[in-house]
Design a protein around this ligand. Structure first.
Ligand code: CP3
Length: 355
């Protein structure tokens, strides 16, 4: 594969770029009328499992927004649960629900790791998106294609809690009380996730983002003892597939220096930490992605413009910044504000060409 001319991939490698690349967490989703039009006729899982539709949703979001430098494949974190033998569904307004959450060692032993081929539909969608965006854009740049997987802690928390959680009580009960079973669960997840990431890379994903969305629920020492080893192994094995890794969690200010020791090329910063402070904690060997508060997208445009400028000023045009939100776009977000942010990032971060 020839090397892509992509400012997104250059920033991932901390190389110089003509302006800061941008994409948005959850750039395809319910805030977008084009997505809702598709959603009226298909369930979320139907969209994920039908490569033509998943590709169309991914492509449309990037094209409607314009001024984005990467497209993230439309899929969901929980898709690997099905081949592992755990049924789940999305209940409107409630998020994901696992009907028989994992509470015992026996249930963990029963989870399968040999059916990851069933997830090929995601790779097939990536292949379509990758073909669509292969031709360079008018400015010569090629859009980066992002595949993604969950991290062991965040996925295990959904398996055990059965859905979203406030205090992660059952997850921590297994972590503290059944540590060997917890490790078995983490290892099984790593096995499946590496195979799944390999399918995505083979299909054309330029980068894999690992979502550890709820890692911020952990004290640093618990993160180090119960989560770091398998997560670091996952990062290393995904990198060994030949792609860079972006590692992202929410509410991670206390974890950033630990996370930066785990080998990810890019750390995603949530919006609570000032970007320059987050980058200092991550260290200069790491690129960073973030970190506008997604709710700032509801602010009047002059206020929003100020927030975008503040993020860019904190990055100071240092190589290795990818502009993004500090978490996903929420339903109700004005599309025109997301579009404006993409345009402003371009204008505000343009580097003056060297003579
Ligand atoms: O452009 C994109 O980023 C969309 C692709 C995408 C989805 N899920 C589709 C989706 C991505 C990257 C995800 C990742 C995901 N899924 C995460 C990690 C990102 C994060 O927010 O931290 C998590 C935690 C999940 C699990 C999940 N899926 C939850 C908690 C929910 C409900 C939350 C909500 O917004 O209601 C989902 C549902 C979901 N996944 C939706 C979309 C577009 C919304 C529901 C729908 O369309 O019916």
């Amino acid at each position: 594969m020839p090397v892509k001319n992509s400012r997104f991939l250059k920033a991932v490698r901390r190389e110089q770029v003509d302006h800061t690349p941008t994409w948005f967490l959850r750039q395809a989703g319910r805030y977008m009328p084009e997505y809702m039009a598709v959603r009226r006729h298909h369930t979320l899982l139907d969209i994920c499992r039908t490569p033509d539709i998943a590709a169309e949703v991914t492509i449309t979001a990037a094209e409607v927004l314009g001024n984005v430098d990467a497209a993230i494949i439309f899929a969901d974190l929980l898709l690997p649960f099905t081949p592992m033998g755990l049924d789940f569904e999305f209940v409107n307004g409630e998020g994901p629900v696992v009907r028989n959450p994992i509470r015992t060692r026996e249930q963990i032993e029963a989870l399968r790791t040999d059916r990851t081929d069933d997830l090929r539909y995601v790779a097939q969608a990536i292949e379509k998106v990758s073909k669509h965006f292969a031709p360079p854009r008018p400015d010569g740049d090629q859009l980066g294609i992002i595949g993604f997987i969950g991290a062991p802690f965040t996925l295990a928390s959904y398996m055990i809690e059965g859905g979203s959680s406030r205090n992660y009580i059952d997850t921590k009960k297994i972590m503290y009380g059944e540590t060997a079973a917890w490790q078995m669960l983490s290892e099984k997840l790593v096995t499946v996730l590496v195979d799944y990431a390999a399918q995505q890379v083979q299909a054309g994903a330029d980068v894999i983002q690992i979502f550890d969305s709820w890692a911020g629920a952990l004290a640093v020492n618990d993160y180090i003892d119960y989560v770091l080893p398998q997560t670091a192994e996952l990062i290393a094995r995904v990198k060994a597939l030949g792609v860079p890794v972006i590692y992202f969690g929410v509410d991670t200010a206390s974890l950033l220096s630990t996370m930066s020791s785990m080998g990810a090329d890019v750390l995603g910063l949530d919006w609570r930490v000032p970007l320059d402070e987050g980058w200092r904690l991550a260290g200069s060997h790491t690129a960073v992605q973030g970190n506008l508060d997604p709710i700032a997208l509801f602010a009047p445009q002059p206020v929003l413009h100020g927030r975008v400028k503040a993020v860019l000023d904190a990055a100071g045009n240092r190589p290795g910044h990818i502009f993004n939100l500090g978490h996903g776009i929420v339903p109700g977000t004005p599309v025109e504000n997301v579009q404006a942010v993409g345009k402003w990032v371009r204008e505000l971060s343009r580097r003056t060409p060297q003579p």
